[in-house]
Design a binder for this molecule. Structure first.
Ligand SMILES: [Zn+2]
Length: 118
């Protein structure tokens, strides 16, 4: 069910972006999926395929999912480092006082669209 609501969010964001760009049809969408979301890519792809019909602009779109690593910013030394696995700590100084700055969200990174020639 987690994947279903994420698919809905991706479609909504992509459709809004397509509308903003004056697109008639979206051909390809690249989506960054944060590692923290713990998404099952297969399941997410399934829901995207099933639900894109509700968005005429996206009905033929191909979705590419790319996992995004978690990055944290250290509140002690200010460095940003990439994390692997749970138990986040600063990769530079080892402090545990860190804030997640990437890898905790969905992001439409890139889109190929067709627009009406005027
Ligand atoms: Zn640090």
């Amino acid at each position: 069910m987690h994947e279903m609501s994420l698919a809905e969010e991706i479609l909504r964001i992509a459709d809004e972006a397509a509308a903003g760009a004056g697109a008639r049809e979206v051909q390809r969408v690249r989506v960054g999926v944060g590692w923290l979301l713990q998404v099952e890519a297969e399941s997410l792809a399934f829901y995207l395929g099933a639900m894109r019909q509700d968005y005429p602009r996206l009905a033929a779109a191909a979705f590419t999912l790319e996992e995004e690593a978690v990055r944290v910013r250290c509140r002690v030394c200010g460095q940003e480092t990439v994390q692997e696995g749970w138990g986040f700590s600063c990769g530079a100084c080892g402090a545990r006082d860190v804030a997640v700055v990437a890898g905790d969200r969905l992001e439409v990174q890139d889109m190929e669209v067709l627009t009406d020639d005027v």
